[in-house]
Design a protein around this ligand. Structure first.
Ligand code: FES
Length: 96
């Protein structure tokens, strides 16, 4: 085993979890946000510096869709696919 510091300038996790019962991010459009952001990051030529991954439950199910960006650890909650332009601005604001 070895440890490594953050290999990306910005690493964004977007919850796509689908629970059988109760609120969850998947049915609200989590995967749609991931798919869009991955394509957008590639278009912006951020590939290799900004990484977008889908994640399991981030513990904010009632206020999902939940996203978090590291290394700052800043969260976006209550995100919707219609918020994608604002999420792109959030990413631009967090990109070193
Ligand atoms: S299901 Fe998305 S935060 Fe729990």
């Amino acid at each position: 085993m070895r440890t490594e510091t953050e290999p990306y300038d910005l690493h964004i996790l977007v919850c796509t979890n689908q629970k059988e019962k109760g609120a969850s991010c998947g049915p609200k459009g989590g995967q749609e946000i991931v798919d869009h952001l991955k394509a957008w990051v590639k278009e912006q030529k951020f590939k290799g510096r900004v990484r977008v991954n889908k994640s399991g439950c981030l513990g904010k199910c009632e206020s999902g869709i939940a996203c978090v960006a590291y290394p700052k650890g800043e969260w976006v909650i209550e995100a919707k696919p219609s918020d994608l332009p604002a999420i792109e601005q959030w990413i631009l604001g967090n990109s070193p």
